[in-house]
Ligand binder design. Structure first.
Ligand code: GDP
Ligand code: MN
Length: 394
């Protein structure tokens, strides 16, 4: 689960990180009022959307007057921001964060991520922080500094000193810098985060450190331990199908293609996606119904997958271990009878009670394209898709 910048800043300041003075606003009037409360002569109005790269997309506006704060907020609220990281639809701005302007001497990048290869928390840092970090991490990955934390002992001050040395941190800042990194590490660990990013972490002329921007992502499976974090979820920033699926205990992942997939198990889901790619197409999404799915659950899953307008063919691929093919088949029939489908549907069932499952499908009289293997199922889906596109073009 992602949270907003202002929420991440509030959490991180609780771990001792210095953040600019700021306040949230839902209207231009409120933003101007917030600017007056904050004081000073310059402010930054920042679109609160779940994405990085807002600066380049016009979502971070520096203002020299309360009136400019009003105007900037007016422009941002309700607009669709399309940073390069969000995909073509972007995100709608429903709130802005107004902050005191901080003069910057130097911008650093600090990220804490879960490194799957070493199965450890890894700190990634760069002396060239700011808006170009995506570019730097692809074009000059060698300039990124990495440090892996041993979980039994946690992040050690010597590791921070090593990072600081490589980043060229001035000795006078070392103490504060150490507190920053150790604070971010504690936040990561105590709150079950999967990512904490501070970009930029800045040094000011006055020699102070500030987290100018921060992002945090949390482990969904640990949210039950942190109700105060679970509360920060903002559904307006999520993919609509994804939130609907999550609310129903299903996991949904959206892509750009046209084949909608209902599968059981992430492994089978991945294999299905790979096979579709090999066949030269792309999935529109995949929805994992998990183990032990009832007919109702399958029916719900099919409805959610079809909500995506890009879906031109529906592929149901289930290998029943804990599941039972007859339940899955009943779910498919139930969904299609309640809500007849006008797109081709390909079903591949294997495993537990497969014979009963196939019988239910054939007795239903529904126009279902059946397949016995994954390869067959994908091939038939792609063929159905191409046939459809051909007719559409005629
Ligand atoms: P992002 O583009 O979504 O990562 O948004 P950021 O919050 O990082 O803002 C983008 C850029 O705007 C930063 O990298 C800074 O260079 C600049 N910026 C944001 N806030 C301030 C501020 O208070 N003072 C100064 N000088 N620059 C800022
Ligand atoms: Mn940033």
């Amino acid at each position: 689960m992602d949270i907003h910048e202002y929420q991440a800043k509030e959490l991180l300041s609780g771990f001792g990180l210095r953040v600019p003075k700021g306040a949230l606003a839902y209207s231009p009037e409120q933003a101007a009022y917030r600017a007056r409360e904050i004081g000073g002569e310059r402010w930054v109005v920042k679109a609160q959307v779940h994405s990085g790269g807002r600066g380049k997309a016009g979502g971070v506006i520096v203002c020299d007057s309360e009136n400019a704060v009003y105007e900037a907020t007016d422009k941002l609220l309700g607009s669709r921001l399309v940073p390069s990281r969000t995909g073509k639809w972007g995100k709608i701005v429903y709130r802005v964060y107004v902050e005191e302007f901080i003069p910057i001497d130097r911008e650093l990048y600090i990220g804490l991520v879960l490194d799957r290869k070493s199965e450890r928390i890894m700190v990634v840092a760069s002396a060239q922080g700011g808006v170009e970090i995506d570019e730097i991490s692809t074009s000059r990955p060698d300039t990124l500094i990495r440090s892996i934390v041993e979980p039994a002992v946690g992040m050690q001050p010597f590791q921070v000193r090593e990072l600081a040395f490589k980043l060229g941190i001035d000795a006078t800042h070392l103490r504060e810098y150490t507190d920053f990194i150790l604070g971010a590490y504690r936040a990561f660990e105590e709150l079950d985060a999967t990512m904490v990013e501070i970009n930029p972490l800045v040094e000011t002329d006055a020699g102070k450190l500030y987290a100018i921007d921060s992002k945090m992502t949390f482990d969904d499976n640990a949210l039950f331990r942190h109700p105060e974090i679970a509360e920060l979820r903002d559904k307006s920033q999520e993919h609509p199908q994804q939130s609907r699926a999550a609310d129903r205990g299903l996991s949904y992942v959206g892509f750009e293609g046209e084949i909608g997939c209902v599968v059981n198990g992430a492994g089978l889901g991945m294999a299905t996606l790979d096979m579709i790619e090999i066949a030269g197409e792309q999935a529109a999404n995949f929805l994992d119904i998990g183990g032990g799915a009832s007919a109702e659950r399958v029916a719900k899953a099919i409805r959610i997958v079809r909500l995506d307008e890009n879906v031109k063919v529906l592929l149901v691929n289930v290998f029943a271990g804990i599941n039972r093919c007859d339940w899955i088949a009943q779910g498919i029939v139930q969904a299609l009878e309640q809500d007849p489908i006008d797109i081709p549907i390909v079903v591949r069932l294997a495993g537990n009670n497969v014979e009963q499952g196939r019988k239910i499908l054939s007795l239903s009289g529904l126009p279902i394209i059946r397949a016995n293997t994954l390869a067959e199922a994908v091939e038939r889906s792609v063929r159905a898709l191409n046939a459809k596109t051909d007719t559409a073009q005629k």
